[in-house]
Design a protein around this ligand. Sequence first.
Ligand SMILES: *Cc1c(COP(=O)(O)O)cnc(C)c1O
Length: 375
Amino acid sequence: MATATIDLDALRRNLKLLRSRLSPGCEFLAAVKANAYGHGAVPVARELEREGVAWFGVATAEEALELREDGIAGRILLLAPAGERVDELLSSDVDLVVAGRYSLERVRSIASRGTPRVHLKIDTGMGRLGLPPGEALELARELDRDERVRLESVWTHLATADEPDHPLTGQQLEAFESFRETLSREGIEVPLLHTCNSAGLLALPKAHYGLVRAGIALYGYPPPGTSPDPAESSVDTQSGRAAGLGFTPVMTLSAPVVFAKRVPAGATISYGATWRAPRDTTIATVRLGYADGYPRLLSNRAWALLGGRRAPVVGMVCMDQLMLDAGDLDVVPGDDAVLFGGSGPGADELASLVGTISYEMVSSVAARVERVYTG
Ligand SMILES: *Cc1c(COP(=O)(O)O)cnc(C)c1O
């Protein structure tokens, strides 16, 4: 059975490493959206809660409610504007986001039944959620005046925190600072401010404010733009953007060999006959395919660890299976191949082969892949 083994020791080590970089007094929000980037939201959040993490970030109402139903007691911030199921979110004590007029009205619609805690999102340059500071100011005033809601935080999201030289980061932080000053001039008190994701946590200590929201580094991958090899990295180690940084990938994706056979030189493998054996070799068929979240684009490009050796992925990746060139390795059904993580390639290494990022590799691992927890 294809398995994603989740190493909770590694998760704790990554958390410790990230906390050691936090500015004094800054709190930590663990992004556990998208099933904790494929790692399993509830087990991951439980483990982090045991380690004292007080905030969890999710992307949908369902994700927020699932965490609550499964006993997560900490603050849960729904990182997107409140739209559906706001009643249930309020009764489950979920922190809500206001990004514009619509979400403000949604929050007000439930305000007679409790005191929603709201987080005003402003757009300083990401261009995804929230109004620009000029327009967001009116929302801030209304939230401040409304006794039935609690304005908990003002926050923004950085588009280029992982690119040390990009001018947008500075512009966004300036816009955020100046919004903060405007609020304080108007006497609008905001308990919490936050801007940083993993990349910002590592690179922008001045922008930590009261909370950082980290995901990918927690799961063991340096944010894109930092390279594991300092020599190849565009990263400025002096500003604290050290490459690699000692994170350990939390997920190891493995799957069993279900069939193996010798093929003669010239034999072709898989759909389209895109790979031809250059010599007599052993082909191992592995029970994992693109429906398990292993990208078809990795056909003829990636490798897996099999019997302690690198075995190239040969031929097109199929829906449920892929083939490895095992060379002269003695391989039998039941042997496990490591597709990424552990001693196999990094999810970031495979991601870069197909023009994506580690986030997409880990969060795409399908529901039918069993999650197994160790540590
Ligand atoms: C997912 C997410 C994060 C975490 O980003 P990483 O790059 O994984 O650290 C932070 N903030 C918001 C709004 C997010 O959606």
